[in-house]
Design a protein around this ligand. Structure first.
Ligand code: SER
Length: 642
């Protein structure tokens, strides 16, 4: 089955169960300051899971674009990808376990025709400390579902991964695991969640690739959550009904939700009984093109082909959502993807300058489901072509650098360090093994026939890995800080800044002209940042006018009113749309208007906002600068109004 077929079947199935199908939100989260990219299907749904009514109702399904930056270095095995599509269905205070589990089981075994004997499930073992009960209800539902297929499903307590490795399958079909495995929230396990964050027990489905032997490197025995590759998680039903309290405990949300997510490619892997997600048609087609262009085979260079296919696809989707390669925040990830793709393409023997051509294949495979790709095809391809060209110039310099280092050490003193390797990796995207290979070859060319001795290589690798770890810990700390800053005290500060953001955009358009549209935005609890289209510097006089206008509108205490209306009406109304965001048939628009009904600002937006602009207090523009050609950036803050 193709990716397109599975996606279509899934959406049709949930439509037949009363769900409204919505289009994917952008990879750039619109109101979620906690992460750089949309990394799960539920992220754009947060506010509805917390109780705000969704304009399309209580039953929603979609296929959401997701990007997990953390996985960049993992790509190369048979299952990791940075970009993936997550099939989702949501009950927003509507159906619960009794409907969700039978539906998803029916979909996988009847519609996709998975052999139920190869399906294993996990449920939540309970969390005594937080008084969250063991999910015997889900286990009971699973028992019945398997019985209907003639399978006697035994339930087994496993608890932790460590215990699973010790005890193995024990003839079980339903497995209880604790909060590390069967609890889902954006922040992970209950103790990692900030106050206010929603989460809940989940029940996962795994597919067994019977021809993959358990690998003891991952533990003595195999079990569904073992990482050896025999089992693949293909579906996750989260019963999202809890929220963390300020005192560290948990309370029930105002509604019981279901947040279901299933990796589309993983489902395809199960359906096609191939543990390699890169055999899914969308990725396999890119790989086939690469084989033709390079004359080399996937079987021989699996890791390299996978990295190029994954990274190129990721970059296409990023640029489709206006995240072009650059050195700043999000754009840096697009840049890294493309640079790594170039390095690995070279290793395969792909002729230089072919990435833009390969990108066309991605656009063809996905252009129908994600029309933003088809619409921006030329732009995406030229951005990729330019980045490849630019990087090749940088590479030449990097190689020069390497040569210098190697020459300096030609006498055999291996002064070349793991730290230097890490620098090359950071600056030029040189993978460690590649740098070592190049250095070894250079040594040989200079008559040092022994190349680099094995123990020195090991030392390099060790120092490199240590640097890498340090770097990852730093970025994790930064991510954790971001999470906390974004959520822990998000409610009041971020909401006020968000409202100020609307006023500022309207003021910019009023002072600079209607050509001004938002190109990017980022709001933390401390400040707001807006990127907008405008081709020259904003003069100090203009800035003063803009700031004064925002202040005036704060003083007028405009009402922030939320409207729910059909997309067409919102467009006729002239509400500001967000760049790179796609909208469903019904949209939410926030207007800021005075008591006489005069509208100052109107924007497509899901909220949340202050009730009135009077709540914002003092407003100040801190800085105006260029971020890209034709795009300016302004940072602004609100003073303390207490
Ligand atoms: N939020 C859950 C996940 O990402 C299910 O959608 O796995």
């Amino acid at each position: 089955m193709t990716i397109e077929e599975i996606r279509t079947k899934y959406l049709a199935f949930f439509e037949s169960k009363g769900h409204k199908i919505i289009s994917s939100a952008s990879l750039v989260p619109d109101q979620d300051p906690t992460t750089l990219f949309t990394g799960s299907g539920m992220q754009p749904m947060i506010r509805y899971l917390l109780g705000q009514p969704h304009p399309m109702g209580k039953r929603i399904a979609d296929s959401q674009k997701c990007f997990r930056a953390d996985d960049i270095d993992e790509v190369g095995d048979n299952r990791h990808t940075t970009f993936f599509e997550m099939l989702g269905n949501w009950s927003l205070g509507d159906y619960f376990k009794e409907e969700q589990l039978p539906w998803i089981f029916e979909f996988l075994t009847n519609e996709l025709k998975l052999d139920p004997k190869k399906v294993y499930v996990t449920v939540f073992a309970g969390d005594e400390k937080n008084r969250i009960p063991k999910d015997t209800q889900s286990a009971g539902i699973w028992k019945k579902l398997f019985a209907e297929k003639g399978i006697d499903a035994k339930d087994i307590e496993i608890g932790t991964e460590e215990n699973g490795a010790k005890t193995g399958m024990q003839g079980g079909r339903i497995f209880y695991y604790g909060a590390k495995k069967n609890w889902w929230s954006r922040a992970g396990a209950p103790e990692n969640m900030p106050a206010g964050e929603p989460g809940g027990p989940d029940s996962e489905m795994f597919y067994e690739f019977a021809d993959i032997e358990h690998n003891k490197e991952f533990g003595e025995h195999c079990h569904p959550n073992c990482d050896c590759g025999r089992f693949l998680e293909i579906a996750n039903s989260v019963f999202m009904e809890y929220r963390k309290k300020e005192d560290g405990g948990f309370e029930k949300l105002s509604q019981q939700n279901v947040d279901f997510g299933g990796g589309l490619e993983r489902m395809a892997a199960a359906v096609n009984d191939s543990a390699d997600v890169f055999t899914a048609d969308t990725l396999a087609l890119i790989i086939a093109d690469m084989e033709k262009l390079s004359g080399n085979s996937y079987a021989e260079f699996q890791k390299e082909f996978r990295v190029v296919a994954d990274h190129l696809r990721g970059a296409v989707f990023m640029i489709g959502d206006a995240v072009t390669p650059s050195n700043t925040e999000r754009g840096y990830f697009t840049r890294r993807l493309l640079r790594r793709a170039v390095r690995y393409a070279d290793a395969i023997g792909l002729p230089a300058g072919k990435l833009a051509q390969l990108a066309k294949r991605v656009i063809m495979s996905y252009g129908q489901a994600y029309p933003e790709l088809a619409r921006n095809a030329d732009f995406i391809q030229s951005a990729i072509g330019q980045e490849e060209e630019r990087f090749r110039k940088t590479l030449e310099k990097g190689l020069g650098e390497l040569k210098k280092i190697a020459t300096a050490n030609a006498r055999g003193a291996f002064g070349f360090s793991g730290d230097a390797l890490f620098d090359l990796y950071q600056t030029y995207g040189f993978p460690m093994e590649l740098s070592i290979e190049i250095v070894a070859n250079l040594y040989k060319e200079q008559g040092n026939t022994a190349g680099i001795p094995e123990d020195v290589r090991k030392e390099f690798a060790k120092a490199f890995t240590a640097q890498m770890k340090k770097h990852q810990e730093l970025s994790r700390t930064a991510a954790a800080g971001r999470f906390k800053g974004g959520l822990a005290d998000a409610s009041v500060e971020t909401t006020r800044l968000h409202t100020a953001h609307h006023l500022l955009l309207a003021a910019l358009r009023s002072v600079l002209g209607d050509h001004v549209h938002q190109r990017g935005s980022n709001i933390t609890a401390e400040r707001l940042r807006i990127d907008f289209a405008h081709s020259q510097k904003v003069t100090p006089e203009e800035l003063q006018k803009i700031e004064a206008l925002v202040k005036e509108k704060i003083a007028e205490n405009l009402d922030m009113v939320r409207l729910e209306l059909p997309l067409k009406e919102a467009m006729v109304m002239g509400a500001e749309m967000e760049f790179g965001v796609k909208y469903g048939d019904m949209v939410s628009v926030y207007v800021a208007k005075d008591k006489q009904g005069n509208i100052f600002s109107k924007e497509f937006c899901g909220g949340p906002h202050a009730k009135g602009t009077g709540e914002l207090g003092a407003f100040k523009i801190l800085k105006e600068e260029a971020v890209a050609s034709g795009v300016r950036r302004i940072r602004a803050v609100l003073g303390d109004n207490k």
